[in-house]
Design a protein around this ligand. Structure first.
Ligand SMILES: Cc1cc2nc3c(=O)[nH]c(=O)nc-3n(C[C@H](O)[C@H](O)[C@H](O)COP(=O)(O)OP(=O)(O)OC[C@H]3O[C@@H](n4cnc5c(N)ncnc54)[C@H](O)[C@@H]3O)c2cc1C
Length: 394
């Protein structure tokens, strides 16, 4: 589908060239050192990648989800970690774009772009993962400030971010309707970051626990209205999940390329293994799954960009489908390479570890299936109401 969208081809070609020349030579080093790549972050700001969703008139770059997905996919072909850097920056920026007024938006976007601010998004807590509504962090209003108390886990960019979007309960008695969102500066007293998590994948982009002890933020750092936090978090994730799908797609495409090339060169039983039926079935399955995931990712992006119905459903579908595809394809690619796939130098084991994470973050794939099913029920009820009996369809 994306191949048909001519207007995006210059972007795609440009990113491919940049990735080849700039990202590729650094990818392995970032993976091995597990150090945050400030040089890449600066270069990505220069290219407009870390402000891709900020509209041009606010100093940003392209402003649409399709472009965001193209960036995530192309960069992930070489480095899933650097693709994550692009994704999480937009996840931390989206709440600002969605709910601030014109003046605030102009001011905050200008700060992100001109001061090259790194963003983070703090939703998950040690006792509240998939069940977001059960989060325990509190924001207590005192005069013209809020005091934030609690812990956030797995905060990507934790320790390197300049601004944290934080979700906390302003009214714990109201469940999800008591959650509010705040923009928090990194240097505030009481905000501390634990040592970074030693993750299986996405090395180089840190995640860690962030603790808030009486962190005092001014009331104008509330994003949107009190009680709108849950909605802001869900709408943010709706818009960013296609980029996780695109990231997974990039990982899968790179693994498939290595496997195909290997299968064409490796000879056993007197011929290239690519000519053996068992291998051909695997390659065919890989290619078909990639095309299906691509269609779904860019369909979701298209629906979000054009305000079309069912965007939430497609967004959840493409996230879980593409990341499951990435997990399968990277594992099969290792299989195709046989013993060579087990060598770290093949790079395929890295793609497997990175793919695993795409099945978990931004809402696990079990939760995405749950979202899809809920949307299906909603659509059905809108179409038929409760008056329909199953026997009417027979
Ligand atoms: C590398 C990485 C980076 C991350 N970055 C961030 C970040 O920047 N900001 C942030 O806020 N969070 C971040 N996260 C957290 C991530 O979003 C959560 O890990 C994820 O939402 C799952 O929450 P959990 O780990 O607490 O698992 P749990 O919710 O405890 O789930 C455990 C298992 O139970 C299953 N499960 C839970 N509920 C259901 C259900 N209703 N039906 C069926 N199965 C269910 C899950 O699918 C999972 O398999 C990151 C995580 C990772 C691994």
């Amino acid at each position: 589908m994306i191949e048909c969208l001519e207007e995006y081809q210059p972007l795609q070609q440009g990113v491919r060239k940049m990735v080849e020349e700039v990202v590729k030579p650094r990818a392995r080093e970032i993976e091995e050192s597990d150090e945050f790549p400030y040089d890449m972050a600066n270069r990505f700001f220069q290219e407009g990648y870390l402000q891709v969703l900020i509209p041009k008139e606010l100093g940003g770059h392209l402003g649409d989800i399709t472009s965001f997905c193209i960036l995530a996919e192309e960069v992930a072909k070489v480095s899933a970690s650097l693709s994550l850097l692009i994704v999480v920056q937009s996840v931390g920026t989206l709440p600002i774009l969605m709910v601030t007024n014109e003046t605030q938006r102009r001011e905050l976007c200008s700060q992100i772009v001109h001061n090259r601010l790194i963003m983070a998004f703090c939703l998950t807590e040690p006792l509240a993962g998939s069940d977001v509504a059960s989060l325990q962090m509190t924001a207590t209003k005192q005069n013209n400030r809020y005091l934030l108390n609690g812990k956030k886990s797995f905060v990507t960019n934790g320790g390197v971010a300049d601004r944290y979007v934080v979700f906390a309960k302003t009214d714990p008695s109201r469940g999800r309707r008591g959650i509010s969102a705040f923009l928090v500066e990194k240097d505030l007293q009481g905000l501390t970051c634990s040592p970074k998590d030693d993750k299986i994948g996405m090395r180089g982009i840190p995640s860690c626990m962030v603790t808030f002890r009486d962190v005092s933020v001014p009331t104008d750092h509330l994003l949107g209205q009190e009680g709108e936090g849950f909605k802001i978090a869900m709408e943010t994730l709706n818009r960013s999940r296609p980029a996780i799908g695109a990231q997974a797609l990039g990982i899968a495409e790179s693994a498939m390329e290595v496997a195909t090339l290997f299968a064409m060169r490796r000879r056993q039983f007197g011929k290239p293994i690519a000519k053996l039926e068992g291998m051909q079935f695997m390659l065919a399955e890989m290619a078909t799954l990639i095309e299906s995931a691509k269609a779904l990712v860019y369909k979701a992006a298209y629906h979000l960009d054009h305000g079309l119905p069912h965007a939430t459903k497609y967004s959840a579908m493409c996230k879980y489908f593409a990341s499951d595809v990435a997990m399968k394809i990277t594992t099969d690619a290792v299989q195709i390479l046989g013993g060579y796939g087990c060598l770290r130098s093949s790079n395929l084991e890295r793609t497997m570890r990175d793919a695993k994470i795409t099945q978990i973050y931004e809402g696990t794939n079990q939760v995405q299936r749950f979202v899809v099913a809920e949307q299906l029920i909603k659509e059905f009820l809108e179409k038929y109401g409760m008056g329909k009996d199953w026997s009417d369809f027979l």
